[in-house]
Design a binder for this molecule. Structure first.
Ligand code: 5RP
Length: 226
């Protein structure tokens, strides 16, 4: 039996698949909402939809294979028609905070090159300003303590991400994640630029000016923001 949040995630996931057309190369995001999308896409592929997916995480790649979704990679294609991804926070300008699942680097590589980016989420992800969710920043392992010190000078507290068994979380790119507690993020693009200037920072979970469409699921149904 699904809880209401999962029902809402499933609804938007199924709606998003309607935007996928024959012949498309499709960026496949990461996270639990995307897992629902992969399930539906797998069914559509079985019914004859002819697409190729590019996964944004090892977990998505594994699940896509299980669902029989044909995959490709950047040795074969350099363009993506449509990417569908989730988010941890979405503000009024459709700026995103992402990376709760730790896949932000591959997500940003794929989402930023897509001709169209659709974000799917349940309505709990809508916020008036980003920053309640800790901002994930992927950093190289070497000297991460120093990188954390430099990040903290931007007025936040960075926490090294650990798994539930207390081992350090390692990303698909063999890096660490610092989850950064900012009081508020009033100018996401400015903060992203400052973070990117720090040596040791690979990428931030701020996705600004990238989204074409957000599909939100609530108990009352689905609504779209463009
Ligand atoms: C992973 C992400 C996910 O898209 C984000 O965490 C949302 O996940 P979910 O759909 O499980 O709420 O950015 O890096």
């Amino acid at each position: 039996m699904l809880n209401q949040i999962d029902k809402n995630k499933k609804k938007v996931a199924e709606e998003a698949v309607k935007y996928i057309k024959n012949g498309m190369t499709v960026g496949l995001g990461s996270g639990s909402t995307i897992d629902w999308m992969l399930k539906k896409l797998g069914e559509s592929v079985k019914d004859g939809l002819d697409i190729k997916g590019i996964p944004t995480s090892v977990k998505t790649e594994k699940l896509a294979r299980e669902y029989g979704i044909p995959l490709t990679d950047f040795t074969n294609v350099l363009e993506i028609d449509l990417a569908i991804d989730g988010a941890d926070e979405i503000d009024d300008d459709l700026s995103l905070l992402k990376g709760g699942g730790g896949s932000l680097v591959r997500e940003k590589i794929v989402d930023s090159v897509a001709k169209e980016l659709i974000i799917i989420a349940d309505e709990s992800k809508l916020v008036s300003g980003l920053g309640d969710f800790l901002l994930p920043v992927e950093v190289v392992q070497f000297g991460w303590e120093l990188t954390a010190k430099h990040i903290s000078q931007l007025n936040c507290v960075p926490y090294l991400r650990k798994k539930s068994n207390n081992e350090i979380f390692i990303t698909d790119n063999n890096n660490y994640i610092l989850d950064c507690s900012f009081e508020k993020i009033p100018q996401p693009i400015r903060l992203h630029e400052k973070l990117k200037l720090l040596t040791g920072v690979v990428e931030t979970g701020l996705f600004v000016g990238m989204v074409d469409r957000v599909i939100i699921g609530s108990d009352n149904g689905i609504r779209t923001h463009v």
